[in-house]
Ligand binder design. Sequence first.
Ligand code: 0O2
Length: 210
Amino acid sequence: MEDWKHFLLPYQQAVDELKVKFRGMRKQFQDLNQHAPIEFVTGRVKPVDSIKEKMVRRHVEEDRLEQDLQDIAGLRIMCQFVEDIYQVVDLLRKRTDMTILEERDYITNAKSSGYRSYHLVVEYPVYLVTGEKKLLVEIQVRTLAMNFWATIEHSLNYKYQDDFPEELSDRLQRAGEAAFKLDTEMSEIREEIQEAQNLFSYGKKDVWSK
Ligand code: 0O2
């Protein structure tokens, strides 16, 4: 690839636009004084080195990059409760500014690593000065606990390059189960928590912007 900066610019635009849109969804729920199923949103364009590494690992030729690498543009939506994840997915299904192409539920079917999240691959149009360009974007929807686990595991992965000592990978799996147990427990007391949050937001405003 001669000009990665040129190639990645539309992907950066897609990430920037979708961050605004998803953060806007959170604000609209707050405006309605309803529980926001979105806690916070992050996004990134895959670094060139990671793209190159994945191209080699997946045997992807340069001319198939746009079709075969679905996560060059990535958005993460973090939720308080597992139920929120499915609400967010339903909201995304109703949108007409993107088309869902694939859905992968790694919540009910955790990966062997212990990883949990809900993944969607969507087709999203960006409008460039040269015209419309449809791009693939991967959206990962997960709870705060799933995000905590994935963040830790991802940094360990960086150190061990996918080759964890057995004891560590066992521990990680157990930690993943414990995080999911926490999510399940939180779901059980969800109504209670939400009532408290409503009281809190009427009384004292949550001024931390997300
Ligand atoms: P990044 O940007 O560093 O997070 P593959 O990429 O081969 O694992 P596939 O089918 O392309 O799989 O896509 P999948 O599994 O739907 O999503 C891949 C992305 O999901 C990864 O991106 C991670 O962000 C996340 N993910 C998947 N499995 C795990 C896991 O076991 N642990 C953690 N921490 N994250 C996972 P990348 O490519 O790793 O890049």
